[in-house]
Design a protein around this ligand. Structure first.
Ligand code: PLP
Length: 411
């Protein structure tokens, strides 16, 4: 049976050209980039070329790119790095450190941001979690209102991985810049940094760090056809942060640990290819996504989650009233259709997605979610199969569901 992969937002296969570019660094060019002999320097050169390539694609300087193991690490480094550095600076200046700095984020960030914020709260840092409303969008006036004299970091994702909504990052960047200038005029020395998690966005949306007005930006290779286990963090020159991994002097003492040379080479190649293909691919995926949305919404008791327009070209997320998401996935799996749901099975409870709950969905409705994410190998035939089998599966599951689906518009 042919496989129909609809989970590109979870991960992607490694592109053939990407694999070709990185393979030598797993085999004959296996040197350690910190070694001074030529075999090491050949690897160093590859890492630095990759850094230049990635920097130029986002309009940054190569020194502003730090390689990491994944976006979870990039997000941790961004948030903990600037929060703890700020605290250290104040401690050294013998300032009152009881008054902890303030961070602003949204309720629908990836867990690598949300749980890092919760971690920082344990150290007394104050965090504001902005609501996103029914459509999953952060409101500019909410950002403006939330910023106080003590706010040191705003972290708002570029685009959401579950519902695909795209935030007004450039507009938020402008607000932050204006407040930063006012602060400087008043002599307030608290820094005000802007971080964005661009993991789902970078391959499809314009990602120029200067136009976006961001100071820190996280990415991960495996979402755009590079291997798993490699990511990067852009850190604007002048941003003060405390490294979170102690060890050797790699990455100019900002992130210890031998570089994943092959992964880094592959990630740079993958980003370059994504950039070349962006325009055409965005158009193609949007058409497929809209076709999918139109057909799926014909199933009674179904609605789209997130904003209809401000969304990534490759993500469509639905809620089916009276259906349990995990069962839906298992039924689809019988057809070798691989998708995902907002429910995540934890040890002993089935927790609905925090993103769907933030949209105001009831628990039982949030349980019936399906995320379909498209990618380079998705063709119309895949979608046709999905929309052929989906209505029957939904009907079947509703029959056995303890949550009775009435013809309501309940969310
Ligand atoms: N941020 C977003 C928006 C994501 O979608 C993901 C992965 O699902 C991550 C962060 C974490 O990426 P990684 O798996 O590379 O740690």
């Amino acid at each position: 049976m042919k496989e129909h992969y609809f989970d590109y937002a979870a991960t992607t296969p490694v592109d053939k050209e990407v694999f070709k570019s990185l393979e030598p660094y797993l085999k004959e060019k296996y040197g350690n980039p910190s070694s001074i002999y030529s075999k090491g320097q050949e690897a160093r050169l590859a890492v630095e070329e990759a850094r230049e390539k990635i920097a130029s694609l986002i309009d940054a300087d190569p020194e502003e790119i730090i390689f990491t193991s994944c976006a979870t690490e990039s997000n941790n480094l961004a948030l903990k790095g600037v929060a703890f550095q700020h605290e250290l600076t104040r401690k050294l200046a013998r300032n009152n450190t009881k008054n902890k700095p303030h961070i602003i984020t949204s309720q629908i960030e990836h867990h690598s941001v949300l749980n890092t914020c919760k971690y920082l709260e344990q150290f007394g840092h104050k965090v504001t979690y902005l609501p996103v409303g029914e459509k999953g969008l952060v409101q500019l006036q909410d950002v403006k209102k939330a910023i106080t004299n003590k706010t040191m970091l705003v972290s708002i994702m570029y685009a959401n991985n579950e519902i695909g909504t795209v935030q007004s990052v450039a507009e938020i960047g402008k607000i932050i810049k204006a407040i930063r200038i006012k602060r400087q005029e008043k002599g307030n020395k608290t820094p005000l940094y802007f971080h964005t998690d661009a993991v789902q966005a970078i391959q499809y949306l314009p990602t120029n760090v200067n136009k976006l007005g961001v100071d820190l930006l996280s990415i991960t290779g495996h979402k755009f056809y590079a291997p798993k286990g490699v990511g990067a963090l852009y850190i604007r020159k002048g941003v003060k942060f405390l490294p979170q991994q102690s060890g050797g002097g790699q990455e100019k003492h900002r992130r210890a640990g031998t570089e994943n040379v092959a992964g880094i080479v592959g990630m740079a190649k993958a980003l370059e290819l994504a950039q070349e293909r962006k325009e055409k691919e965005v158009k193609r995926l949007k058409n497929l996504r809209d076709y999918l949305i139109e057909k799926v919404l014909k199933i009674p008791g179904t609605f789209l989650t997130g904003d209809r327009e401000k969304r990534l070209p490759h993500i469509a997320s639905f809620a089916f009233r009276g259906v349990e998401g995990e069962s839906l996935l298992l039924k689809l799996n019988n057809y070798k259709i691989f998708a995902s749901t907002g429910s995540a099975c934890t040890s002993d409870s089935l927790e609905p997605s925090h993103v769907l709950l933030a949209l105001g969905l009831k628990h039982e409705i949030a349980h019936g979610s399906l995320r379909v994410s498209l990618g380079r190998h998705t063709v119309k035939e895949d979608i046709d199969l999905l929309i052929k089998v989906l209505p029957g599966i939904v009907e079947e599951l509703r029959k056995i569901s303890s949550f009775k689906y009435g013809a309501t518009n309940e969310r």
